[in-house]
Write a protein that binds this ligand. Structure first.
Ligand SMILES: Cc1cc2nc3c(=O)[nH]c(=O)nc-3n(C[C@H](O)[C@H](O)[C@H](O)COP(=O)(O)O)c2cc1C
Length: 173
């Protein structure tokens, strides 16, 4: 699949076949992540791949409303940054966010479905605390998002998109 097709056909997939993802495929996903750009090329990210059922259940508990699907994903990648690898705090989230998009696009190119689960709101520190405990994160490793991955078992409905004229301005606003 070419890059534009992989980007433009990517959708959030939340229902997966219970088919194992090979370690070679997981390695390709991490390879795509670590080839992302980063500020000062500091590559301040750390990716934790989780397949253990109990750990996935603990991660799924972190958001009671809509994220229960996470526990049934064959793979979850916890995308984190390492505070000891960054020169400034300013780019911590950005570095991990761009690497995470690489994972989402690479997953689609490999015939997998994925969903970005974020929202570690500092106003709700208990959510982050439970992730830290489940993944045994040391204090210098901070969670940004969880990406659920598996072979797709759903076809999402067409999504509404804001008109291009609203999001693309030429030369000035
Ligand atoms: C920052 C961010 C946070 C997200 N958090 C969640 C989440 O907590 N749970 C979830 O099911 N999807 C989450 N998503 C996925 C969005 O719901 C999804 O990308 C959006 O509805 C557009 O659909 P699409 O990905 O199929 O294009 C998140 C996506 C982003 C970028």
């Amino acid at each position: 699949m070419d890059a534009l097709k992989a980007i433009n056909t990517r959708r959030s997939i939340r229902k997966y076949k219970q088919k194992k993802i090979s370690i070679q495929t997981v390695k390709k996903l991490i390879g795509a992540a670590r080839n992302a750009p980063s500020s000062f090329n500091e590559q301040s990210w750390v990716f934790i791949t989780v397949t253990n059922k109990e750990t996935k259940e603990k991660l799924a508990e972190h958001k009671s409303q809509k994220s229960k699907f996470m526990k049934d994903a064959p793979l979850i990648i916890a995308c984190c940054y390492d505070t000891t690898k960054t020169r400034t705090k300013a780019h911590n989230l950005e570095n991990v966010a761009v690497a995470s998009e690489n994972i989402l696009v690479a997953a689609n190119a490999l015939g997998l479905g994925a969903c970005y689960v974020g929202g570690f709101d500092p106003e709700y520190p208990e959510i982050e605390d439970s992730i830290n405990i489940a993944l045994k994160l040391p204090s210098n490793i901070k969670i940004v998002c969880l990406i659920t991955i598996g072979y797709p078992d759903e076809k999402p409905a067409k999504k509404s998109m804001r008109p291009i004229s609203e999001v693309w301005k030429m030369e000035k606003y």
